[in-house]
Design a protein around this ligand. Sequence first.
Ligand SMILES: Nc1ncnc2c1ncn2[C@@H]1O[C@H](COP(=O)(O)OP(=O)(O)OP(=O)(O)O)[C@@H](O)[C@H]1O
Ligand SMILES: [Mg+2]
Length: 1070
Amino acid sequence: MVLLSKINEDAIVENLKKRYMDDYIFSYIGSVLISVNPFKQMPYFTDREIELYQGAAQYENPPHIYALTDNMYRNMMIDAENQCVIISGESGAGKTVAAKYIMSYISKVSGGGAKVQHVKDIILQSNPLLEAFGNAKTVRNNNSSRFGKYFEIQFSRGGEPDGGKISNFLLEKSRVVSQNENERNFHIFYQLIEGAPVQQKEILGIMTPEYYSYLNQSGTYKVDGTNDSKDFQETMEAMEVIGIPGEIQAQVLQIIGGILHLGNISFIEAGNYGQVESTDLLAFPAYLLGIDPSRLQEKLTSRQMDSKWGGKSESINVTLNQEQATYTRDALAKALYTRLFDYLVEAVNKAIRKPTEEYSTGVLDIYGFEIFQRNGFEQFCINFVNEKLQQIFIELTLKAEQEEYVQEGIKWSPIQYFNNKVVCDLIENKLSPPGIMSVLDDVCATMHAKGEGADETLLQKLHGTVGTHEHFNSWNSGFVIHHYAGKVSYDINGFCERNRDVLFPDLIELMQSGEHHFIRSLFPENLNTDKKGRPTTASSKIKKQANDLVNTLMKCTPHYIRCIKPNETKRPRDWEESRVKHQVEYLGLRENIRVRRAGFAYRRVFNKFLQRYAILTTETWPCWRGTEQQGVLHLLKSVNMDKDQYQMGHTKVFVKNPESLFLLEEMRERKFDTFARTIQKAWRKYIARRKYEKMREEASDILYQSKERRKNSINRNFVGDYLGLEQKPELRQFLAKRERVDFADSVNKFDRRFKSIKRDLILTPKGIYLIGREKVKKGPEKGQIKEVLKRKLEFGNIISVSLSTRQDDFFVLHEAQYDSVLESNFKTEFLSLLCKRYEEVTKRKLTLSFNDRLEFKVKKEGWGGGGSRFLVFQRGQGDLAQVKPGGKTLNITVGDGLPKTSKPTRKSAPYSHGTRTNPPNSRGHPHGATQFSRGGAPSAQHDFTNTAPQRHGRPPSAALPKLGTQRSQRAPAQHKQGNMDFLNVPEQGMSGMQRKKSIGQRPPPAPKPSSRPQGPRCRALYQYIGQDEDEISFNVNDVFDLIRQDTSGWWTGRIRGREGLFPGNYVEKV
Ligand SMILES: Nc1ncnc2c1ncn2[C@@H]1O[C@H](COP(=O)(O)OP(=O)(O)OP(=O)(O)O)[C@@H](O)[C@H]1O
Ligand SMILES: [Mg+2]
């Protein structure tokens, strides 16, 4: 998208839409990957793409998440630096799906033995497990992550994923006890109900979901496209793979069942006290959780309180009212669930923990920015984390990038953007003025047990402290924050309770008294010592986690995926323009492109750059003698990089376009490839020599006592491929992709009139190929000579091979339909390999017959053809066979060769790779065989100058297939009940206004002067391509009028009759 001719939001949206409607969901802005949720399975996530993107440069293939992942993986290995990928976007934009593609790509391209495979299995299986317990259907997303996850995949030095670590963030636990309309509880509840075997259901007392009050409030039980029963099996399998023991698995489900039953305990008001409405309902949850039912009853309806009286502290039992009792029940359910969730995360961690960390790649997939009908404390936290992530993105891509240019003394003109730090501060500031979280904590610290009225106090205090903040407003039920992604109204109700997040010691004690060890282990608190100090609140916890996360991410080389959600209908091909535009705006894509275009795609500190590209020149390899800066310049010169493509900073080199960087990368790859090939070749040569010595002996055995041998062939080294097929795609095209070549050589083939013609003979484990050349008769390639597969012989159809007893090179391949008469210098080598392959495939020995009168069947063609011909061999003169056709017989004469009992004498002949011991065409063909140039075998020199092997050719244009462009109908309104206005594109509020303001901060162009001014002129130091209509473009060395210099850095000039803005530091005054 950096190449768009106009950069404004509309152009970006238009471009994204065009691509989306053509089924291209990915685009790049520099190295940032934009991914638009297709809401349907795209066909380009197969093994083919995995292969295509492996080791390929970014520009070689269409944008893809595999390209980003591959780049990340390679960077980690080459630069020995930890990487991370930050996946952001609103709820339902496709973050979790993207994270899974990343993990599966890494798992597929990395090697490793059984142990590594086990780690990979756990990494992949952790997804269904944590999704079952941590994801739920919301109105925004049917599989919405209700927790944040940072998954570090750890690698060995060899790049094998051999460990990992998950950090999880704030699970939305309120969902366990209540859900909004059209939403569900966590998937696991429904999975258990739908998928558990009957017997297990009986043990757990599982009924229909409508029976449970923790499930029936929202009236939603099923999710489109989700099979809870099947998912249950997957969840159980995942627990198995992760190594959770069977009895614990059973208890995990017991807790889930226990929570459901716990929710059905209701209370009535008796006097001022809460009483269990139906004590019968206590037994089952108590049984499942392994606790005493009367104790459960007691702890749900009363609480021990410490009270200080006249300097003495004593414990008194306080009876709870109905509301408090309900609250206590829910607190227990939520605590059980979150602790269980943490246990599962820890179980995954335990299974893949590694004692020492080498390299790692982190994948951040959190809950996306969300706005619901009612937004509570959880949404506040979720949106805060998203705000922090936007901050990192800004810090690293917009702010830091621009600051770096200034620091390094790079010529640069600033680009404005909306910095959401102001919103982060509003939420998390400690002091001056204290942010919302600080005020919240203060109120919580002073509130009483249930804290009636605390929320109102909070609201009042917020008015006092942040009431005048630009990004803060109040409304009748709470407050509004102008987030980077839109205004959200938060309902103050429950903020204090949820923030305080303390589990009453009574409940901990209750659970510790249980009979199941596993459930007890979820409540490890020591009640006697853990009481002291101000308890950590939920907001301080999430604040700390978010800031720790930022620190962790800052230590890695970051990569970004910006997910865009094109609609709220969850339907494919449904494009809501305003929704996308809103996201493009708040994600800052426009600023991103501008920084990218005017800036530098790549920067590296000198020594790292030198290290990475040292291999390119002999002066820099193995080490450069000189300053690092000179070394870098030397390298840039060695690849002839244009001067306007890079700038040298104080400590770093900056490269402007990715293409220029790719040039360097490609050269580097090529070098490595050449060296690797040299090493490979030397090794292969060594192995081959040993192998061929053995083969030579075996080959001799097949002719032993049957055929005379040539003097110079008996000790000849075997080469196998005399055609150099590796570099002959025109020949390889007839073979399968990885088909191995045993033997390849150019041979003479004799027809029924004994005319000889050249054929390329190839032997592979799949059969024998005879390839000829023909002139193309029709079409655009008319007149060109093209390779044609003339014959393919399957081993199963070969009957036998016959040869003379003399030293000639003829042999006849006998086949069911007709025979092939061939002449090859290397017949012994060919035959011995053929015998081997033949036996492997057919499990029979190939019949070889030796006779000086050979009969062969000719091909039936029309009326002619068919019948037999003969080869008659006689004693003649010299080592070269002379041929003389006469009627149906070809007479062949040749002098005596070495005796039939000859054996190789030398252990190893001097190796002359690929050169013939006999000149191939020394003997004239009497009938004028068609000649075509023969490909020499690969010579060492040849290899060196050849380009890197085309491991991944350019993708055919069908790499991302286009589907029909018909638009589907918009879905009918999905939710009938309730006010669904909150699903509309959110209002942008102050953040949106500031964004607009900050973008338009350049000075207006000066009014047009009436005549050509005789004022100052300037000369362009760098090329600049205008990025907006009010800007001008110029090339390096263009001289033009300088009309106005502005302190903002945006100057006004006139070139080729056009007046407009340009960055002042791109020119020098003349
Ligand atoms: N690349 C994709 N191909 C096909 N479908 C997709 C793709 N990405 C997302 N989807 C669809 O969109 C749904 C929502 O995606 P996902 O769960 O990844 O969103 P999310 O960004 O993680 O949202 P949340 O913040 O709520 O967790 C998926 O369940 C799937 O149906
Ligand atoms: Mg998600």
